[in-house]
Design a binder for this molecule. Sequence first.
Ligand SMILES: Nc1ncnc2c1ncn2[C@@H]1O[C@H](COP(=O)(O)OP(=O)(O)OP(=O)(O)O)[C@@H](O)[C@H]1O
Ligand SMILES: [Mg+2]
Length: 154
Amino acid sequence: MIKNKKLNTQDINIFKEGTFITKTPKETRNLGKKFASALKNGDIIFLKGNLGSGKTTFTQGIVKAFGNKGFARSSSFMLVNEYNANSIKLFHLDLYRLKPSNVWDIGIEEYIYSNNISIIEWADRLIGFENDNHWNIEISNMQSKRKIKIEKKK
Ligand SMILES: Nc1ncnc2c1ncn2[C@@H]1O[C@H](COP(=O)(O)OP(=O)(O)OP(=O)(O)O)[C@@H](O)[C@H]1O
Ligand SMILES: [Mg+2]
């Protein structure tokens, strides 16, 4: 994995603002797994990026880090996948099929304000969300490489 800083996974602050390049799906999954160590109850993760950029692949790493044997699948057919992780739950939401105007009709606040962890693909659909204390992850693709920009304001 190439990145702009030496990746010391003990130091979770590297994820507060960092850009990482992965060359394979496995590297993306591993980055998700390491990133998971920075997560706390109530965290909300926005995942943005084109179709096939690697949002679900990154999520698979997070799900794995929380000790789930089940593999995160693309939630294209389901709006929400739920995983149990010790005392908390991990919600993997995919808003791709929703129009921005319908996003709030599905009761999404029950997930994101539940004090569990919510990972949201196509979070750009979530218009009107007022909380700048979430993780923002943007994935862009350049052939098989992925540029993964992670930031959290607070
Ligand atoms: N470095 C890489 N990281 C992640 N995925 C990669 C990488 N290189 C190639 N791929 C391929 O890109 C695809 C990423 O698919 P994935 O389902 O994770 O994307 P997504 O962003 O969730 O798409 P969607 O918007 O359709 O939900 C997979 O087919 C994967 O094998
Ligand atoms: Mg996906």
